[in-house]
Design a protein around this ligand. Sequence first.
Ligand SMILES: CC(C)(COP(=O)(O)OP(=O)(O)OC[C@H]1O[C@@H](n2cnc3c(N)ncnc32)[C@H](O)[C@@H]1O)[C@@H](O)C(=O)NCCC(=O)NCCS
Ligand SMILES: Nc1ncnc2c1ncn2[C@@H]1O[C@H](COP(=O)(O)OP(=O)(O)OP(=O)(O)O)[C@@H](O)[C@H]1O
Length: 197
Amino acid sequence: MKIIGLTGDAGSGKSAVARILAELGATVLDADRVARRLTEPGTPVLAEIARVFGQGILKPDGALDRPRLAARVFTDPEERDILNRIIHPPVQAILEQEIAAARDGGLGVLVVEVPLLLETGLDKLVDEVWLTVADPEVKLERLKARGLTPEVAAGILAAQMPQELKAEHAHRIIDTNGSLTRTRQQVIKYWTEIKPE
Ligand SMILES: CC(C)(COP(=O)(O)OP(=O)(O)OC[C@H]1O[C@@H](n2cnc3c(N)ncnc32)[C@H](O)[C@@H]1O)[C@@H](O)C(=O)NCCC(=O)NCCS
Ligand SMILES: Nc1ncnc2c1ncn2[C@@H]1O[C@H](COP(=O)(O)OP(=O)(O)OP(=O)(O)O)[C@@H](O)[C@H]1O
């Protein structure tokens, strides 16, 4: 099985590219979704977050108040480090397990979509790094369109390795500044290159 690590800044179009790759036949594993599952009500990770960040970080129904936690961790690097230390080890363990299982498995392509692929060193476990890129103002506009405040949106981008540095580690780069059709064309071209049959 071929394993692609898909990464890129927040708002750079990873999820859009992952959807196209899934349509083309890849299996997609999304690190954000793994992190969400690990922080569902009743999990040890959520209990630890509530212990460290206070019960106010939970909504009345006991679920994680994600916008509230985002506002804290993306404007305060120390708080972000604390969250990362709680949540990254279990997320990484699951991703490593899934990648190892895929290696033992059959043919096909596994795409692991990980915003912090390079920052966490998980790129060493994949065969190729694919990077989505967009101009800073495009990424910021997309994040604001999701309802994030400009401060939180800028905080997320500041918490990630700069796009130019990421590009030094990438095998294939997808520019998402244009239309979705343009993005799709680039993805199909790369897909054809790795799946020549
Ligand atoms: C802080 C949380 C609760 C905010 O949730 P929310 O639903 O508002 O945002 P979402 O998860 O969609 O994240 C938005 C984007 O921020 C970026 N991001 C998320 N966490 C981090 C982080 N710790 N450091 C840098 N960027 C991050 C990603 O690009 C992500 O796609 C959530 O992001 C979280 O649990 N983060 C820690 C887990 C993590 O690091 N995930 C990313 C890769 S494993
Ligand atoms: N040409 C394009 N390519 C990709 N996405 C585009 C394009 N034009 C507009 N978009 C939109 O921009 C947004 C990109 O956000 P997306 O969720 O794919 O980014 P992301 O890299 O996964 O971000 P995050 O890491 O924050 O989850 C989507 O709403 C998508 O529909």
